[in-house]
Ligand binder design. Sequence first.
Ligand SMILES: Cc1cc2nc3c(=O)[nH]c(=O)nc-3n(C[C@H](O)[C@H](O)[C@H](O)COP(=O)(O)O)c2cc1C
Length: 395
Amino acid sequence: MKRQVKNNVYWIGYIDWELKHFHGDDYSVEHGSSQNAYLIEEEKTVLIDTVWLPHRFEFVDNLEQEIDLRNIDYIVVNHGECDHSGALNTLMEKIPDTPIYCTANAVKSLEGQYGKKGWNFHVVKTGDTLDIGNGKQLIFVEMPMLHWPDSMATYMTGDNILFSNDAFGQHYAVEELFNDKADACVMNREAMKYFANILNPYAPLLTRKLKEIEALRLQIDMIAPSHGAIWRTEPMQIVEKYAKWADAYQENQVTIVYDTMWNGTEKIAHAIAKEVSSQSPDTVVKVFNISKTDKNDIMTEIMKSKAIAVGSPTVGNDILSSVSGWLAFLKQLKFKKKKAGAFGTWGWSGESVPHLQQYLKDAGFDVIEEGVKVYWAPKEEDWEAIPGFVQSLLQ
Ligand SMILES: Cc1cc2nc3c(=O)[nH]c(=O)nc-3n(C[C@H](O)[C@H](O)[C@H](O)COP(=O)(O)O)c2cc1C
């Protein structure tokens, strides 16, 4: 069933309460999600995006119940990823000549995924417009690498809606569709998690893009993303948050991340946390065991941190694979202007701390020289290294 968003603009997506993982197993979903497609019924009928592949038949059936598909004048593909374009094949089999408005890179990503189908592509660039009647227009804004090269946003004049696709979205199933009906804390947390885990690598591009959008002086009354709730009330709050998050965001927080086999490294992690609280009582300290905590949640905490400490025992002349796997993910996310320190245990060769330091440098962190290196299990004398380590971390 289509549901009204504003005037002649309707939501026609899929709310997915059962989704637990996204991007394979790379992104955890705690509160469900949605794939938001939008139907505009002005003098021209426009479909903006579709839904994920598994829901394609249901989506096209729903659409057919609402309108005669042959009345769709234009399809806009803001982003070619299959959670938005998954129903396109099924739809285009029924209306093969319908013009598809998208970026040049979306032609590549769509044809790369679905093959060359001879679809009627109309390539658009930033500032291009499409008249949809009743005095209203669509204005296209390319958003390359936010988060694919093909991404764009579509702005609708008259109703002043920005269809932002993945930008400003959240993996959050909100049955009532709008932010004023959603739990604001969850929405903020999910928006931040999405930013930290998907968009942070492109933060400098995002900063430039936000300035570019500002220069277009579009009156934005509503932001309709492709996942999660629609920002109907104070929509610019999420734009302001994105501007802050993209600018090497940090709070007064230190996050300690570790794994352990026989709990020695765990003891060091907690001793470091205690020392941070003692040296800087106002600093929020959080400790996570990588094997017991969702990796995406930890990344959200890293984004909020001014400094991190990472620990592992020495294993096979290196570090635990849980930690090295997590560090590889950390490197992808390109956090900026954060300090880091390493700690860990060893039995006979002792590579964990220098290896952790190198991994952290490679991930772009400002790594302190001091490391807490403990022979087998921590003993009284090992705690002596911790105050200096924490002091450097907090400086
Ligand atoms: C499977 C395995 C491999 C290990 N490999 C090394 C090694 O290559 N070099 C080394 O110095 N210690 C090695 N150790 C010793 C550990 O670093 C040591 O047991 C340490 O105290 C474990 O810390 P934890 O209590 O945090 O798990 C290894 C231990 C295990 C169980």
